[in-house]
Design a binder for this molecule. Structure first.
Ligand SMILES: Cc1cc2nc3c(=O)[nH]c(=O)nc-3n(C[C@H](O)[C@H](O)[C@H](O)COP(=O)(O)OP(=O)(O)OC[C@H]3O[C@@H](n4cnc5c(N)ncnc54)[C@H](O)[C@@H]3O)c2cc1C
Length: 382
């Protein structure tokens, strides 16, 4: 494994970091207060070609021109600048776009990928239900066979972008007796009849990323909306989440970097007992621990990306990176709040938002508990 970043990767990463710090980061506090997706961020990301990084050229993207390291650098920069925007952008072109691109028919790709690649279409990924999150095999949303297609009945909950999305990759049970093989993925046009959206939830953090539910009351979906083949949905969801977990490790690294930068700057400026607090060993140790943990998380994330790029099994590395980086981000944001003292507890400074935003990491796309289970199962081969 080669840890060196090539000049082309470094230049690409710098350009994205500059863009994110110049354009996205200055809006992050207001986006959090507004509590809704920033269309300005979305449009500017589209202008930078962000969404296209994940989509093949045939469908309007630039995926062949970039590699895993470049996408990792871009994701870290965006998460550092505004984690809420990162989450919504990733759900659209990643969680929704990836299964369509990886498993969908040519017609399905032609229908949805150009819009997802340009940012004109907003996507979401519907796996979680009110009574089925970690236990994704106990889905209750049903798709029943009808002439020319399927009718969906059921409810999805806690779905990123559900309040505003145009399309959702919905996991539904097509054969209740077939277990995992009875789940099918459908790319559902959310403008169709029989589909209602719940109000957006009010959340601890990531308030600029709308999260909501979708209710399907006999919504008709044509046969050509099936992603790949009937019965392949559960496996597709797991493969999509493997990619999502690598992205979530970048989410953690980005937030932790933002916390580290803010705490380092503040420590130099803030004086107590006649000296900058940056002269105190207790502050040194916090900053040093943050730096060590960020570097460790980045190496784990790069290992997962390297496994993907070289066609090796990556599920275990993705779980390790996701678990460590997201828990690390909570620790780093918490340390940053401590370095800021009382001011860290106010929204005059960004660190309280970083702590709130970071807290999703150990929950979303497979909780820390389930990552530990998955890692242990790989180790024990059970
Ligand atoms: C902001 C946000 C955005 C989200 N976006 C999406 C999205 O776009 N699409 C989507 O499908 N979902 C999304 N989710 C849902 C998210 O993936 C789930 O919340 C998560 O998988 C946990 O499921 P749950 O909430 O039902 O918790 P539960 O599964 O009920 O878990 C509750 C607790 O029990 C623990 N637990 C459960 N089973 C086990 C076990 N076997 N062993 C040990 N511990 C266990 C869990 O780790 C957790 O601590 C989002 C959630 C949030 C908060």
């Amino acid at each position: 494994m080669d840890y060196a970043v090539t000049p082309a990767q470094a230049e690409f990463g710098r350009a994205f970091e500059d863009f994110c710090q110049r354009t996205i980061a200055p809006r992050a506090a207001q986006v959090d207060r507004d509590g809704e997706l920033s269309r300005a961020n979305w449009d500017d990301l589209a202008g930078m070609g962000w969404f296209g990084l994940y989509v093949d050229k045939a469908w309007g993207g630039t995926a062949e021109d970039v590699d895993w390291v470049m996408r990792a650098l871009a994701e870290e920069s965006l998460a550092k600048a505004c984690a809420a925007t990162f989450l919504s952008a990733g759900a659209s072109v990643g969680l929704c776009g990836a299964p369509i691109q990886l498993f969908g028919s040519e017609a399905l790709k032609a229908r949805w990928l150009p819009g997802l690649a340009s940012g004109a279409t907003i996507g979401c990924f519907g796996l979680t239900e009110p009574d089925a999150g970690t236990d994704a095999a106990s889905l209750r949303t049903r798709a029943e066979r009808v002439d020319g297609g399927w009718r969906l009945h059921g409810e999805k909950a806690l779905i990123t972008n559900a309040p505003i999305a145009d399309v959702c990759v919905v996991m539904a049970v097509t054969d209740p007796d077939a277990g995992h093989a009875g789940v099918t993925a459908f790319a559902v046009d959310l403008a169709g009849e029989g589909i209602a959206r719940t109000a957006a939830y009010r959340k601890l953090g990531l308030r600029g990323s709308p999260t909501g539910g979708l209710v399907f009351d006999g919504a008709f979906v044509p046969d050509d909306a099936v992603v790949g083949t009937v019965g392949a949905g559960f496996l597709q969801a797991m493969q999509t989440l493997e990619l999502g977990r690598i992205s979530m490790s970048h989410f953690g690294i980005g937030i932790a970097e933002a916390a580290f930068d803010a705490a380092s700057r503040y420590a130099v400026e803030r004086k107590a007992f006649g000296k900058p607090i940056a002269t105190r060993q207790a502050v040194h140790f916090k900053l040093a621990d943050m730096k060590i943990e960020i570097d460790a998380a980045r190496l784990m994330a790069r290992k997962a990306a390297w496994a993907k790029a070289s066609g090796q099994p990556a599920a275990e590395y993705a779980s390790i990176a996701k678990l460590y980086a997201t828990e690390m981000a909570v620790r780093c944001a918490d340390r940053a709040v401590q370095v800021f003292g009382g001011w860290g507890y106010t929204d005059d400074f960004p660190v309280e938002r970083l702590l709130r935003d970071a807290r999703l990491g150990p929950i979303g796309e497979g909780t820390s508990e389930i990552q530990r289970e998955l890692i242990a199962r790989h180790l024990l081969d059970v």
